[in-house]
Design a protein. Structure first.
Length: 200
């Protein structure tokens, strides 16, 4: 399950099953995609064996990065990016994108869509600064923690862990973090190692 991005505070249904989403009807979310994985010789970006990851990042009223939602995408630039946005962003919010044609569907789904075409920008990082920063941190985290040893089967679990850590980066209540982690462990069905490695 995924969570609804809403301001000023976001529920987190992915980590807390059964919690009802809170609709905001306002707020700004930047939506983009990144490619995750090691080096692929002779191939670039989406044509490689790397994994596309869709990133949604909220902007707080002060313009800072709020919470993030990540999802392993079916393919680079696929329509599932729109479905992902509908799952994690509250209706009525403003969604910033790089102007890809598929995002024109967002207006029909109840969002205010603001497009900044990437091909016209001198600095691509300035078009979608939130997702680009999160992408950079995600790649650094996977390199340092997983040493580029990514498994497509387990990619959603990696993304969940990064999301949990990122969204609680400013938390000063360490006891509450442990409580939430314990709560989610209790709410999650057991999965033996053999099932995790060889299961579907």
């Amino acid at each position: 399950m995924t969570a609804v991005i809403a301001q000023p505070e976001l529920p987190d249904r992915r980590w807390r099953p059964g919690r009802s989403p809170r609709s905001a009807g306002h707020g700004v979310v930047e939506l983009d995609q990144s490619i995750l994985g090691g080096q692929s010789k002779g191939k670039k970006g989406g044509s490689s064996e790397k994994f596309p990851v869709t990133i949604a990042v909220e902007r707080t009223p002060r313009g800072r990065l709020g919470r993030v939602r990540l999802e392993a995408a079916e393919a680079p630039g696929a329509l599932d990016m729109v479905d992902f946005a509908c799952d994690v962003v509250a209706r009525g919010a403003t969604i910033h994108t790089d102007g890809a044609r598929m995002f024109t569907r967002l207006a029909d789904q109840g969002y205010r869509h603001h497009a900044t075409p990437g091909y016209k920008a001198d600095d691509l990082d300035a078009v979608m600064p939130g997702p680009h920063l999160v992408s950079s941190l995600l790649k650094r985290w996977t390199a340092g923690t997983l040493h580029y040893r990514l498994s497509h089967r387990h990619l959603p679990y990696y993304l969940d862990e990064f999301t949990f850590r990122f969204n609680r980066r400013n938390s000063k209540a360490r006891g509450m973090l442990f409580y939430r982690l314990l709560q989610q462990a209790v709410d999650t069905d057991p999965h033996p190692l053999n099932e995790l490695i060889r299961g579907h």
